[in-house]
Design a binder for this molecule. Structure first.
Ligand code: SF4
Length: 317
């Protein structure tokens, strides 16, 4: 469904009266992964690691500095806005904060039907029928169709965002922290809805989150990002039971577990994420890594296979 190869997103830093470029923020720095048909790939990491930038680049809301993005085999990396229009139907996004992503002046029926109107996909009675069907499919009631966003609860607003994202029958949905603004009890309901929709509609998800417990539940495979790069990529079960990168180990330390094996292996993460402007030499994780050696300070480890279907970027593997 989606192939991303060597994706880079560098933002220039300008300073001085003439706004000259004095450096770059390496928000995403050579990321490669794929998402299969009907698959969910989780993208995790601390805030500022570049995962949201990856999601937006994939949707071509940002123009990548380098790399390649293919959707169903077609290269969309350099397409202009006009050519992108037809592809945009196939990929949609669900945002973290449903309140700020929904127009407060629009009625729910118009929020869900807006993309149908803009694309001229359905009009009149057919459009209304589709909106009503989407509304019910995401668990909202028909008598709420004329309500405004503020009349819905947080979970209902996220359902509204999901209905809108589904309106053009997409194949791939980028879910950008879709439940992190919701109460824990509501999170489970929204996650279950997303999983049901994936099964029914054969959707593919790129699921961006910092909460590993949520990612473990929903993902088939998981990629862990640190300072703009993927440091580990594996099937969810393998990654959670047998993490190969010290950063993944540390992230997992924060996830409650009843498995004593899991608990024993874990060390809590020390320090903050370094700046993506001034990245540490060698392995970017070395200032925080309890196993760092001289080699780690000097050489940048490459992402390589450490077991079947399991990649990690660490000199110790
Ligand atoms: Fe730690 Fe070295 Fe592995 Fe980096 S390469 S994660 S510093 S052991």
């Amino acid at each position: 469904m989606l192939e991303v190869e060597g994706l880079k997103m560098h933002f220039p830093i300008r300073a001085g009266v003439f706004g000259g470029v004095v450096g770059h923020v390496h928000a995403v720095d050579g990321v490669s992964f794929d998402v299969g048909e009907g698959e969910t790939v989780g993208l995790v990491g601390e805030s500022g690691c570049g995962k949201t930038t990856v999601g937006r680049s994939v949707l071509r809301l940002l123009k990548p500095t380098a790399g390649r993005i293919r959707l169903e085999g077609e290269d969309i990396t350099h397409l202009g806005n006009r050519a992108l229009r037809s592809h945009r139907r196939r990929m949609q996004i669900i945002f973290q904060d449903p309140f700020s992503s929904l127009d407060p002046r629009m009625k729910a029926r118009d929020i869900v039907g807006e993309l149908l109107d803009v694309r001229g996909v359905a009009r009149g009675a057919e459009r209304d029928e589709r909106v009503e069907a989407l509304f019910e499919r995401v668990g909202l009631r028909r008598d709420q169709l004329s309500n405004y966003p503020h009349e819905f609860s947080g979970g209902q607003r996220q359902r509204l965002g999901i209905a809108r994202a589904l309106s053009l029958n997409p194949r791939l949905i980028v879910c950008d922290e879709p439940v992190s603004a919701l109460d824990v009890s509501i999170q489970a309901q929204v996650i279950n809805l997303l999983m049901d929709l994936k099964r029914e509609l054969s959707l593919s998800y790129l699921f961006i989150a910092h909460d590993l417990a949520v990612v473990e539940h929903i993902s088939d495979r998981v990629a862990v990002m640190y300072l703009g790069r993927i440091v580990e990529f594996a099937r969810a079960k393998d990654l959670f039971e047998n993490p190969q990168h010290p950063y993944t180990e540390s992230l997992l330390a924060a996830v409650p577990s009843t498995d004593p094996g899991r608990r024993q292996r874990r060390r809590l993460l020390q320090g903050d994420v370094p700046s993506p402007i001034n990245r540490p030499s060698g392995c970017h994780f070395h200032p925080r890594c309890p196993y760092a050696t001289e080699q780690c300070r000097e050489e940048d480890p490459q992402l390589k296979p450490v077991a079947e279907g399991h990649l990690a970027a660490c000199h110790l593997r």
